[in-house]
Design a protein around this ligand. Structure first.
Ligand SMILES: Cc1cc2nc3c(=O)[nH]c(=O)nc-3n(C[C@H](O)[C@H](O)[C@H](O)COP(=O)(O)OP(=O)(O)OC[C@H]3O[C@@H](n4cnc5c(N)ncnc54)[C@H](O)[C@@H]3O)c2cc1C
Length: 461
């Protein structure tokens, strides 16, 4: 163990976001001395300006929709107004509780936190506030920032998710540039809060990384909600004045609104932190690692959004735990990227794990894949909730289930079972023999597997 009287530790973690703090917590649990260097607040993007605040907004949005729709269930309610200060207070309370809990956890594991901007100045040293903090191992987890497009400046009425989360008013109209997960979630929130929303997406579909059947169903439901979108044409430019933003596309179309949200992806925060100077390979800013998350330089590992792949908090947690265990010599099993669950928390929700049908056919051949769609129309709880959607299973022919894809209210809560099925390489018959509680939405997963195993219950075929 390194000498902790000075500033030498077993492990120095640069960046206290999902990836970094998970590495620190697990390493401390394994008996290592750990320094965690954080420029802003431990918890990082996810806790302060990402997952948690957006999901709080989405919950408030759901309440607004429920208030509007009460009569549909015989409960006569109406929506008075959205008080953004009240919404923001609720959001801040949620974050505050989690932040306090996380700080307590870090303290209880005796992790030394350095508050300040750190820079890698040697293969085993990070400099922070003029102090050199040395570690036998270094874990880089400096995370990501909201990207923009070349020539598209953020400022005034042109905002990213960071500013969108601070708004204390509901815009009358918004243009969302980018129909990926973050753009779609904000579009969903603002529509529920009463704004007129238009999404501009250069790709042919919204949430284009999902199975095409989910993207199409998602578009249908967004259209039904009155969320406008323009697909397949690139953004050309924006001007702004006191009245709003004026956006033009490459095909000459123009759109006006109060605000433009730029949600075109997140870039790695890796410049100016000394990575390249120490010989670490960057590709378009991302840190290149081997499958054990080692950078190939000294004892330096990388975790989270700076490593190419899915930019998700739970991937960061998993990578952080993995690296701590790797350093401790526990030889953990590698993380399979396709086995990481993905959720878009809008209305409707979209959740998936494993391979899409298209990807499965690339891997196993067109004849090597079987699919099945189970419509939520046959699921009692979904009917009670008044939601539409389906569960789509992708299986290797005569083999295990290799993809679970779902759309509908609350399906994000079902992906836990989906990921067990895919990651444990279950066969449809294995799942079909397990009893699912009635009436739950979870049952839809059970029914889909019954159908794929050749014995459908509440399904026409
Ligand atoms: C609007 C939005 C919604 C999201 N929703 C979800 C969701 O629902 N589910 C999900 O799984 N993911 C979601 N994400 C993604 C998720 O937030 C990220 O994948 C996750 O935060 C990545 O963790 P990380 O540790 O790699 O980086 P970060 O969380 O970005 O943390 C990096 C930390 O490093 C610090 N840092 C950077 N440079 C230095 C330096 N030189 N010195 C000291 N400290 C430094 C930063 O201050 C930061 O705290 C969302 C993201 C956004 C923006």
């Amino acid at each position: 163990m390194a000498d902790t009287n000075g500033t030498a530790f077993d492990i120095v973690v640069l960046g206290g976001g999902s990836g970094g703090y998970a590495a620190a917590l697990r390493a401390a649990q394994l008996g290592k001395t750990v320094a965690l260097i954080e420029a802003d607040k431990v918890g990082g993007t996810c806790l302060h300006v990402g997952c948690v605040p957006t999901k709080a907004l989405l919950h408030a949005a759901e309440l607004a929709d429920n208030a509007r729709d009460g009569a549909h269930f015989g409960v006569h309610t109406s929506l008075d107004h959205i008080d953004m200060n009240g919404v923001n207070e609720y959001k801040a309370t949620v974050i505050g509780r989690l932040y306090k809990g996380l700080q307590g956890l870090i303290k209880s594991r005796k992790i030394t936190v350095f508050e300040g901007y750190g820079k890698l100045v040697a293969k085993d040293t990070v400099e922070v506030n003029g102090e050199r903090v040395t570690g036998e191992y270094i874990v880089l987890g400096t995370g990501s920032y909201a990207r923009s497009l070349p020539g598209l400046e953020i400022g005034g009425r042109v905002i990213t998710s960071d500013q969108a989360l601070q708004l204390d008013w509901v815009p009358k109209s918004v243009i969302v540039l980018g129909g990926g997960v973050i753009g779609s979630e904000f579009a969903s929130v603002w529509k529920s809060f009463g704004a007129d929303v238009t999404i501009i997406e250069a790709l042919p579909h919204l949430i284009a990384n999902e199975d095409e059947s989910l993207s199409k169903a998602f578009e249908r439901q967004f259209r039904k909600r009155g969320i406008n979108f323009n697909l397949g044409v690139r953004f050309a430019g924006v001007t702004q004045d006191d009245n709003g933003v004026h956006v033009s596309l490459e095909d000459g179309k123009t759109f006006d609104a109060d605000l433009l949200l730029v949600a075109v992806g997140r870039g790695p925060r890796t410049s100016g932190v000394g990575y390249e100077e120490q010989g670490i390979t960057l590709d378009r800013g991302f840190v290149i690692t081997d499958e054990r998350l080692h950078t190939g330089v000294g004892n330096i590992y990388a975790v989270g959004d700076i490593v190419p792949g899915l930019q998700l908090a739970h991937r960061g947690f998993a990578q952080g735990i993995f690296v701590a265990e790797e350093i401790a010599g526990l030889k953990p099993a590698g993380i399979v990227e396709s086995g990481i669950p993905r959720v878009t928390y809008s209305d409707p929700e979209v959740a998936s794990v494993g391979l899409t049908e298209a990807r499965a056919k690339e891997v196993h051949g067109a004849d090597g894949v079987e699919t099945l769609e189970y419509n939520l129309g046959g699921n009692g709880k979904s009917q009670i909730l008044g939601t539409q959607g389906f569960v789509k299973l992708v299986r290797q022919k005569d083999g295990p289930v290799i993809g679970v894809h779902m759309i509908g209210a609350r399906v994000g809560e079902l992906i836990g079972e989906g990921q067990l099925i895919v990651n444990w390489e279950a066969y449809p018959e294995d799942v079909a023999s397990l009893v699912h509680a009635h009436p739950t939405q979870n049952e839809a997963l059970g029914e889909a597997h019954l159908a794929l195993a050749g014995k459908p219950l509440h399904a026409h075929n």
